[in-house]
Write a protein that binds this ligand. Structure first.
Ligand code: IPE
Ligand code: IPE
Ligand code: MG
Length: 258
């Protein structure tokens, strides 16, 4: 596992006096995951990329179900980006059909396991059948409280912020919002993530150390963890290890430790 300067971080965390008795042990409330590496995982086995996407989809529930015991209340996973339409038509349509099948197949288990599912991203480009399944799954699980799973599907941060500003500008034009009242909190209310807390920890698998247009606004002060493991190999034990290591980090939010 590639953990950027984790040794240094742990040493520093061990020395630092916690701000309150719980501080040193507090885990992340919201973890966001860029599930990357499905294609390479399949290619390494001489199989088509979609084989990797299927293996990757199977991992999601394992990670979701690991959350409550780790104190993680919100898990957000990046399933398809606004830039992923650039892939071959075969891969894109294979992914769309995988999303439809995944939702139909997993809906009942997610409901029974107390998972509240939400989707973020622009639905405009998605097909009607998929949108209907997404709506259904959101309503089916809306009273669940054990864990909040948010699936980012046709999601891109710049797209989300542009749509938010378009809506906000619409309200200004209607006269229901004054430009003088626009601040960070106002903009946040127009984002797809309006009901979610900001991510505390963002994990990306597959060794790539980039954000690829994921939760840019929301992750301004998140901790980042880049691991070499390809998403289909990402187990709940690896997840637990990363979440556990988060507790020793010293998040200062621009201030100081003491
Ligand atoms: C992530 O795996 C899943 C999606 C982006 C849909 P990739 O498909 O990006 O896998 P790699 O990065 O090519 O290995
Ligand atoms: C980011 O992975 C999107 C998802 C995991 C859904 P990509 O594989 O699309 O990102 P890049 O192209 O490597 O930046
Ligand atoms: Mg990738």
């Amino acid at each position: 596992m590639f953990t950027r300067s984790s040794t240094k971080r742990q040493a520093k965390g061990a020395e630092a006096a916690p701000r309150d008795p719980d501080e040193g042990h507090r885990g992340p409330r919201h973890v966001a995951v860029i599930m990357d590496g499905n294609g390479r995982w399949a290619q390494a086995r001489g199989r088509p990329r979609l084989f990797g996407h299927h293996a990757g989809a199977k991992r999601v529930r394992e990670i979701v179900n690991a959350c409550p015991d780790l104190g993680v209340e919100y898990l957000t996973v990046f399933a398809f980006s606004t830039e992923n339409w650039k892939r071959t038509q075969a891969e894109v349509s294979g992914l769309m059909s995988l999303f439809r099948r995944y939702i139909s197949k997993e809906a009942r288990a997610l409901r029974d396991e107390g998972v509240r599912v939400r989707f973020i991203g622009d639905r405009v480009r998605l097909d009607a059948k998929l949108i209907a399944l997404m709506d259904e799954l959101e309503s089916l699980t809306e009273h669940n409280e054990r864990i909040n799973l948010t699936i980012a599907l046709n999601y891109g941060s710049r797209d989300e912020v542009s749509r938010a500003i378009k809506d906000l500008a619409g309200d200004v034009a209607k006269g229901t919002l004054s430009p003088a009242d626009v601040d960070e909190e106002t903009l946040t209310k127009y984002l797809d993530t309006r009901v979610l807390p900001d991510p505390d920890l963002v994990i990306r698998t597959s060794g790539e150390a980039r954000i690829s247009n994921f939760l840019l606004w929301q992750s301004a002060y998140a901790e980042y963890e880049f691991v070499d493991t390809l998403w289909p190999d990402f187990t709940k034990d690896i997840f637990a290890g990363i979440v556990g290591a988060y507790g020793v980090r010293d998040r200062r939010f621009g201030g100081t430790s003491t």
